[in-house]
Design a protein around this ligand. Structure first.
Ligand SMILES: NC(=O)C1=CN([C@@H]2O[C@H](COP(=O)(O)OP(=O)(O)OC[C@H]3O[C@@H](n4cnc5c(N)ncnc54)[C@H](OP(=O)(O)O)[C@@H]3O)[C@@H](O)[C@H]2O)C=CC1
Ligand SMILES: CC(C)(CO)C(=O)C(=O)O
Length: 308
């Protein structure tokens, strides 16, 4: 399969490298200059859970590309800019593997091909140009993004990922909505709290950290059900607890963003919960507080306009 990975940073470089490892796939990474130059010079080096080097194609120009599949792995705030580049190309399918909500809608607004939603619990950190550390085993869930996806495309993409040894769960349209809302609850509970408290994920598994999880998860659950997604509060609290245990020694991506004084994905995580809850007349004070705190932090550091 011809595959473009748009957003060769941490997770995009890892997944692109895993896909490029097998002869079945012809992989092109779209990333930034230094990383792309290093990949062209000496290949892409993966360390961590496994160590190997691959030689995918790499470019900084995401326009006029053509492939069977494009995986989108930019931060959510870059999705629209990515979609504008991808719109100039030709793809048989597009799949977001990003955190946060709204990425699939954005991509569907620019591309005519079938759209797949996706979540991943693989973990990676790009440590240098041409190098990425694989620090989290996990799985990928893919499914058709209604109304622009279809089960056949999801199955084809899932099979291509499985052929490269990725752990993939192909689900239907209702299934991927549940997975995306479940991942939203996980990120809404873990990311801002660990970023603000400057703690690793495991701190949310002990008192007093555990007291934070339930109110956030319950607010996400009420909003999800108002959106027509069948998810119980208990299932979401359990999902958060499982990830807290599995990634106890990890720093969340939002903690890493705050430490690096980088913009966060708070708007598409807790901000999305607040905005969707408002549409249904649901009060979500904990999510609103976390969204406001991170927006204030970003504004104070000039990472967003004050009124944004
Ligand atoms: N890292 C992980 O383990 C996981 C990440 N995720 C999610 O996946 C998404 C990506 O995360 P992550 O890989 O950590 O983020 P990164 O910032 O490491 O990777 C994104 C990369 O895309 C690049 N990029 C953005 N726009 C363009 C463009 N137009 N052309 C070329 N390159 C571009 C960025 O460059 P620049 O920074 O210079 O803009 C960056 O190198 C996020 O939604 C994240 O929440 C989900 C699960 C795990
Ligand atoms: C699952 C979790 C919270 C792992 O850290 C994550 O997705 C992130 O850090 O963005």
């Amino acid at each position: 399969m011809e595959i473009v990975v748009f957003g060769a940073g941490s997770i995009g470089s890892l997944l692109g490298a895993l896909l490029a490892r097998v002869p079945d796939h012809d992989v092109t990474l779209v990333g930034r200059g230094p990383h792309v130059s290093a990949i062209r010079r000496r290949g892409l080096r993966v360390e961590g859970i496994e160590s190997f080097t691959v030689e995918p194609q790499a470019t900084t120009d995401g326009t006029d590309l053509a492939a069977d599949l494009v995986l989108v792995t930019v931060k959510a705030y870059d999705t629209e800019a990515a979609a504008r580049e991808l719109r100039t190309g030709e793809f048989d399918a597009v799949c977001s593997l990003q955190n946060g909500m709204g990425n699939e809608e954005t991509l569907a607004g620019y591309l005519d091909c079938p759209v797949l939603g996706g979540t991943t619990s693989y973990g990676a950190v790009r440590t240098d140009s041409g190098e990425v550390v694989w620090n989290g085993a996990g799985e990928i869930a893919v499914g058709p993004w209604a109304p622009r996806g279809d089960d056949e495309t999801a199955a084809t993409v899932g099979a291509a990922m499985t052929a490269a040894g990725l752990e993939v769960d192909v689900v239907d349209g209702a299934g991927i909505r549940r997975r995306l809302w479940e991942k939203l609850a996980v990120n809404a509970a873990i990311n801002p709290t660990t970023a603000l408290a400057r703690v690793e994920n495991g701190a949310l598994g002990d008192e007093p950290g555990t007291d934070l999880v339930e109110p956030i998860a319950r607010e996400v659950g009420a909003t999800a059900r108002a959106e027509g997604v069948t998810l119980s509060d208990e299932a979401l609290v359990d999902a958060v607890g499982e990830v807290v245990t599995a990634t106890a020694e990890n720093e969340s991506s939002m903690y890493a963003d705050v430490q690096a004084a980088r913009r966060t994905e708070i708007d598409v995580i807790n901000g999305y919960v607040v905005e969707r809850a408002r549409e249904h007349g649901i009060d979500v004070p904990t999510n609103r507080t976390l969204w406001t705190l991170l927006r204030a932090w970003e504004a104070e550091r000039g990472l967003r306009a004050i009124d944004a």
